[in-house]
Design a protein around this ligand. Structure first.
Ligand SMILES: [Zn+2]
Length: 471
């Protein structure tokens, strides 16, 4: 049994080493990094760098890089030198498959020693002696099985008395192994859950040594817990003379929350039911939301009304043929429909729905006898903003058959009618119409008040303008 070296090194090395690591480069929340001088017996003392993050960190645990895909461990032979694999654990092969668990409790995607045992030893045969630049280990669990506690040994296998598989009770240093580093990522505050990444390397970038064999002497992370063995997700061995290292691209979080630059609004997007749309949401949709929501609020003001400051977008797969709808500040988006419209109507559709959030019809101050705007007004206004203000370059509101045109046909047709009223009769129509809808005091008489013409007269004049080719 190897004496636990960490208490000693951590206490002695922390203050000085903290200034040496790259803490300032940390970007994700609640990451911690500690670099400790691990083995004073080696000439160039390797450092252990660690990263720790929450369940959404996507193994982007700076300063430790994400797991490698094409590292030397991918071709190595892993063996259980001592201890036993838990019945629910994955095979040792999961440690080198370049894949990460999908959740914080994915036993089969990790390797862990059997419950009610105190770890064991894992051997790695790289097949030939290579110049090892660094060694990485990654783990993830929501509780006490997240942190890593192990001592790493390495050997070239050339020693006469070399024992490739020393059981516990045999000090590897006595049979041809060098002790490289001791790792202990258990947090001091006891909150052990989350993702952990460890990198063992030399500070100056020089290789750790010429090795063929590695031996991980793994201790239980949660000593008092019968289920305290670490969920190891991946082990990487980087060959100093190997090909350029390819690393896993961190997955984007499926639920994001963006606070506007002025801090006045926040936008959350939930793509957990449509992970394929996560990247598009983040790169394409979010900028449109951030740019346009404040514009829409400014476009449709009314006294005493405050538009929602929290917007929630959710991609859903249970909406049938409905592309999108809005309830209060929540916008539901039909994932399959949006996916088919990424280069088409997807963004315009979201603009339309955000107009509904801003409209807030029936939410403004209202009188004793509320008179709600008819649906064609509500939808026509949302489509007017979308087609004429957000994407004026589109031909989305061309009326194909003037004889059939009806001002109250809703959506695009009504949008065309509103545009005609705005450009020929009353520039301020949009704001007035919206305020009437919001304050639930809509009446057809308002059109006469605003333009001097009845709604029917306006409708006829508009149709004539279409027929004359003026629209
Ligand atoms: Zn609508």
């Amino acid at each position: 049994m190897i004496p636990p070296p960490l208490a000693r090194f951590t206490a002695a090395a922390t203050p000085a080493s903290f200034s040496n690591n790259r803490r300032s480069s940390l970007s994700a929340l609640w990451l911690g990094a500690v670099a400790i001088a691990a083995c004073p017996s080696l000439q160039a003392a390797p450092v252990v760098t660690q990263g720790h993050g929450g369940p959404d960190a996507a193994f982007s645990l700076a300063p430790v890089p994400p797991p490698a895909i094409n590292d030397a461990a991918a071709k190595a032979t892993f063996s259980l030198v001592d201890g036993s694999r838990d019945g629910s654990s994955g095979e040792l092969a999961v440690l080198a498959d370049g894949k990460l668990p999908a959740s914080e409790d994915s036993p089969a995607a990790n390797f862990f020693f059997a419950d009610n045992t105190d770890g064991g030893r894992i051997g790695v045969d790289l097949g030939s002696i290579i110049s090892v630049k660094s060694i990485g280990s990654y783990s993830w669990h929501g509780g006490g099985r997240g942190p890593q506690v192990y001592t790493l040994f390495a050997a070239d296998g050339k020693a006469e008395h070399f024992n490739a598989a020393p059981k516990r009770g045999t000090d590897p240093a006595s049979c041809g192994w060098q002790r490289v580093a001791a790792v202990d990522t258990r947090p001091h505050d006891g909150k052990a859950g989350g993702q952990y990444a460890v990198e063992i390397s030399n500070k100056d970038g020089a290789p750790l040594g010429e090795f063929r064999h590695l031996l991980f002497d793994v201790a239980k992370a949660a000593a008092a817990d019968p289920f305290g063995n670490t969920f190891f997700s991946e082990i990487d061995v980087i060959d100093a003379k190997g090909p350029a290292v390819e690393r896993l691209k961190p997955a984007l979080p499926l639920v994001t929350n963006h606070v506007s630059a002025d801090g006045k609004a926040s936008y959350s997007i939930d793509s957990s039911k449509a992970p394929d749309l996560t990247e598009w949401s983040e790169k394409e949709l979010l900028p449109v939301i951030v740019d346009w929501y404040p514009k829409l609020v400014a476009l449709l003001p009314s006294e005493g009304f405050h538009a929602a400051t929290v917007l929630k977008f959710e991609f859903r797969t249970d909406m049938g043929g409905v592309p999108a709808y809005t309830a209060g500040n929540k916008i539901s988006l039909n994932a399959p429909w949006i996916a088919g419209q990424l280069k088409g109507e997807a963004k315009g559709c979201v603009i339309h729905e955000m107009v509904h959030v801003v409209q807030g019809y029936g939410r403004g101050p209202r009188g004793a006898k509320p008179a709600f705007a008819p649906g064609w007004v509500t939808e026509g206004l949302a489509d007017y903003v979308r087609w004429y203000l957000y994407e004026p370059q589109s031909k989305g509101t061309v009326i194909r058959d003037p004889k059939q045109a009806k001002y109250d046909a809703s959506y695009r047709v009504t949008a065309n009618f509103f545009d005609w009223v705005v450009t020929t009769q009353d520039k301020d129509l949009l704001r007035k119409l919206n305020t009437a809808g919001r304050e639930a005091r809509y009446s057809e008489d308002l059109w006469k008040t605003w333009t001097g013409k009845t709604l029917a007269q306006l409708g006829e004049e508009w149709k004539k303008a279409i027929a004359d080719g003026r629209r």
